[in-house]
Design a protein around this ligand. Sequence first.
Ligand SMILES: [Zn+2]
Length: 425
Amino acid sequence: MLILIPQSAAAIMRSSGPWGRLSLRINHPERFAVVRGLSERGDGIFPVEPPPEHRLLGSYPPVSTGWWCRVHADLHLMWLALSARRGMLMKLDAFKAAVPNGYKAPGDPGYWAITHAPGLKDAYPEHNLPDLVAWHVTREGAQPISVSVEPEATGICQLKDHWPVHELQNTRIMLIGAGSIGSATAHALAGYGIGHLTLVDPDRLDWHNLVRHTSARRHIGRSKVTALAEDLAALRPDTTVTPWALDVIEHADQIRALLADTHLVVCTADGVAPRRVTGHLARRAGLTAVLACVLQDGALGEILRLRPWPQHGCLTCRRQSLAQAGGLDPEPALDAGYGTGTRHRPMTAVGSDLHLVAQLAAKTAVATILERAGHPDQRLPGEHALLGLRRQPDWAPPFDLGHTAELRWLPATPPISGCPTCEAP
Ligand SMILES: [Zn+2]
């Protein structure tokens, strides 16, 4: 058995006392319970629960089923000793003697008790004993029960000594495309601690998306950005998500306005036109755009980092430079969606390969922000990454990756004269 103690409940037991009643929600099959309310002495029980969306075991009825009380540190030392030996009980008389206030004689089938022992660090500095522990008290005796107290922080701020949480929490990224790659990119960006995500995608989640998307079946029919915003709110509450069911081409004016409040743009939309428009809008706004896609029916992942810098060409110029150097322009093949495919070009990309590309896209975006914020250890080896998802040695350079999971970084190419995106209007 495990009893979870929310922070608010722990705070009351630590600051008031010396005893009170306890109400739990109990999941018997999985053998754990959550403190949902408590009282001070014999007063009425008041709830200590978070809002419904964060409530643990919310569908289980609360039962008034025990007591909490303040005890001497020695009882917790006993708890530790008994816990180490499975099935050991403390004699009821001994337990009663150790509970100076609020001891209750157990009936059938017994009750749960949480004990709070203040001053443990002073009494037993060498033992690192928990100040809150639990017991199952029956006529046979008191059995030690494990507890887990909700820590003060469960979010990204826990990593602040090892990761630049502050910079990233103050960063706003726009993600255009909330499909297979986009949904995984959003999760990855939130996992890095990006403080604000603006999601842009006009599509709804459909049955055929399920096999590659991060959102579950219960979201079918909803817009992908709304579903994703809800998933992220539950999983990564440190990231604020603003969903926009907009099309980057049709609603370019609205996107342009939103870019004024954005630090970097990531585009995971499939299709040539949305990628070009994203690159164009970002460059005009003076922002770096990171474009992610898979090429050749999912054989190759590609990340392009488009900087708004004079010596760096836009997407069209990069592709044109490639063609001039004798390479292929893979861009036109992107017009078939990953999720749909066509009869003559069946889609073979598997969800996790797309998510691997998404991770690299998120890493590229975050590294770009951090390098600019004064973290030279986040510098990337180039501006154009190719990731082998299936061996593809027969492709023209630079797409001729010889191995699965091979990662090749290339530099940027300069703008081509007369380009309407690269040359200032
Ligand atoms: Zn250009």
